[in-house]
Design a protein around this ligand. Sequence first.
Ligand code: SF4
Length: 442
Amino acid sequence: MGLTGLQIFKHLPKTNCKECGHPTCLAFAMALANAKISLDACPHVSEEAKEALSAASAPPIRKVVVGTGDNTIELGDETELFRHDKRFFHPTAIAIAVDDTEDVAARVEEINNLNFDRVGQHYEVDMVALVNASGDPAKFQAAAETVVKNSKRNLVLISEDPAAMEKALEVAAEKKPLIYAATADNYEKMLELAKAKSCPLAVKGENLDKTAELVEKITVAGYKDLVLDTGARETSRALTDFTTIRRLSIKKKFRPLGFPIIAFTSKEDPREEMAQATVYIAKYASIIVLRTTDKAHLLSLLSWRFNLYTDPQKPVQVEPGLYAVGEVTEDSPVYCTTNFSLTYFIVQGEVEATRIPSYILSVDTGGTSVLTSYADARFTGEKIAQDIKKTGLEEKVKHMKIVITGLVAVLKGKLEEESGWEVLVGPREASGINKFAKANFA
Ligand code: SF4
């Protein structure tokens, strides 16, 4: 159990200097007790106090790192039960399972190609989960070598046989893979391997209680870079286990369960598998091991992950300014929209599809959409007129016409008055841009 705010307060300097961003030491203590802030935020805490407060200042869910150098994945270190309370920090890593009985090189090549660009973001599958399906340590080692040679992706090594794990680590330890898994039967040997190679270790119990018991044995033996698997493969049981782990870690500071979670999908139908993975991303897996490599399904899953792990208080936005689509000239049409990322990229895609080189003026609305920014007066005739000047648009085109979306046709009069430009009211939806462009600019 963690310390209360008052217990923490006793160890603080009590100068109320505000350098931690809180108005008083007591406010800081309360935030620390609720895991809303790290002890490091106070630069005046003595070493003695740090030691006393280490339990309270440790994150409720330990941060565990897989991989090395620039290619690391951070798991855990979450502080919230609900995204809207603050945000989730370390996105669920997506791993694709590869059996050592398959054509490993071909499958790895397939995984390497699972890259996506969407609304200005790059998504990719994060890990290869190599399964010792053959039961043969030599085969597992050869497969691990193939993955190491052919992929930059991080690695989960899946075998409960310490001999097979030892062989695979001989060729793959430099990647700092996640070792999966220590069980009640093999944990001493797996722990030895994890310690020797400084690799994180997954702990697999038969259920939640057994997992916590096993974690306690391993942490007592001095190893804490752990990832939990409660053995649940059925969606409802996994959901119950994962939610219990998160609640106990965050609300009760129950240390034996304060670690990231690894989840395995069990559905064979890719759509059902995606539904299962969607649940696990929301509640609260740090790694999901999947089978499918279907791009359409993975793109929707990665988009879901992206949305969940953005900061709900900061809309995803593009840099405001003037963008050229194609080889623009002084006769090119000009479209105007907001800098909300989703809106901008949808408009850009539709403008590209017209095959008419065009400008897009992306107005700084703080990353909010057209109607939201219109409603709170961030997308106004005055603002657009200012951006026309600021971006030098007047020197770039000679026709002085600008297209606004039909959603804010009401801005036409003010914008014409402020800018001196002719305002064309375009379609309400971006999907109408092609037809509009053909009718007006072809
Ligand atoms: Fe108190 Fe430290 Fe915050 Fe200053 S920085 S107000 S001493 S907790």
